[in-house]
Ligand binder design. Structure first.
Ligand SMILES: NC(=O)c1ccc[n+]([C@@H]2O[C@H](COP(=O)([O-])OP(=O)(O)OC[C@H]3O[C@@H](n4cnc5c(N)ncnc54)[C@H](O)[C@@H]3O)[C@@H](O)[C@H]2O)c1
Length: 267
């Protein structure tokens, strides 16, 4: 399916109250799309919607009912859904021994199952429309890994895996699936990652508008990966070609992080 011009598009963005979702929604609206923005945080969402001329739908994508409510409201407002940005996500920032099964269930629910719910709700819409576009905000952590935060690494890998499966399954029915895989982006999520942000990603963290630029360009293509940090392609190639060298390199970074903590703590 060739991509229609953004001005002809109807777009839904989850997790749009702030951060990357707000930047994508703002860019889509500026490019002429009709936009439904959604988030569980109603106050920030309504402010953003008023600012960019979008329609707000307050919904929690951690439940099947919330996702269906969003898709129904979006169809009612827009008539069709050309692009669905499954963007909302969380990071718990907890190490292995700090996570119990409840933590894992919570993050799987939002970072993985919300995408499954959205695709399930959109299946009949895609069939009726003859296609659509489904863009998952995964992460470079879903192609590589992330230090310190096992549940984020695992759920983002699962988000990429689900997007791959969707692409394989629906491509010939006109559904374009894409996965946004940034490294650090200057949002509240990155701020909350604290010292990891300071030590490893501060210099290369992009403003969310740069992610939105990469997304706008990618909407004119059917490329699966959207990589706002182009160097991620090289890291992923190394991981795939030389897994042991890549793992050793990541372990070196882990040791750097531990040394920096020891220095900070006077150890
Ligand atoms: N910031 C980064 O460095 C970075 C890097 C790579 C990928 N990402 C991914 O980008 C996406 C957006 O993150 P961000 O950095 O903009 O974070 P953010 O915390 O600024 O924004 C996330 C938004 O999602 C919403 N949200 C969370 N759970 C929800 C739920 N159950 N229902 C509805 N809305 C919910 C929040 O209210 C918030 O508005 C996430 O999937 C994140 O994992 C972020």
């Amino acid at each position: 399916m060739s991509a229609p011009a953004a001005g002809a598009q109807t777009v839904v963005v989850t997790g749009a109250a702030r951060g990357i979702g707000a930047a994508i929604a703002t860019r889509m609206a500026a490019d002429g799309a009709r936009v439904v923005v959604s988030d569980r945080d109603g106050d920030e969402l309504r402010e953003l919607a008023a600012r960019i001329g979008a329609h707000p739908v307050v919904a929690d994508i951690a439940s099947d009912g919330g996702v269906q409510q969003l898709v129904d409201a979006a169809l009612e407002t827009l008539g069709r859904i050309d692009v669905f940005f499954a963007n909302a996500g969380i990071a718990l920032g907890t190490g292995l021994s700090d996570t119990d099964d409840g933590h894992w269930a919570t993050i799987l629910d939002i970072n993985v199952l919300a995408h499954v719910r959205a695709a399930r709700a959109l299946e009949s819409v895609w069939e009726k429309q003859g296609g659509g576009r489904f863009v998952v905000t995964a992460s470079a952590a879903g192609l590589l890994t992330i230090l310190d935060d096992p549940s984020y690494a695992v759920t983002k890998h699962a988000a990429v895996a689900f997007a791959e499966w969707l692409s394989v399954t629906y491509r010939h029915r006109g559904v374009v699936v894409q996965a946004i895989c940034p490294q650090g982006v200057q949002t509240r999520m990155l701020e909350a990652s604290g010292e990891l942000e300071e030590l490893l990603s501060h210099d290369q963290a992009l403003p969310p508008e740069r992610v939105a630029d990469a997304v706008a360009t990618a909407l004119t293509t059917e490329d699966f990966y959207i990589l706002p940090h182009p160097e991620v392609a090289g890291y992923a190639a190394l991981r795939s070609a030389e897994p042991d060298r890549w793992l050793a390199g990541m372990n070196k970074l882990q040791r750097k992080l531990e040394d920096a903590r020891a220095t900070r703590d006077g150890g």
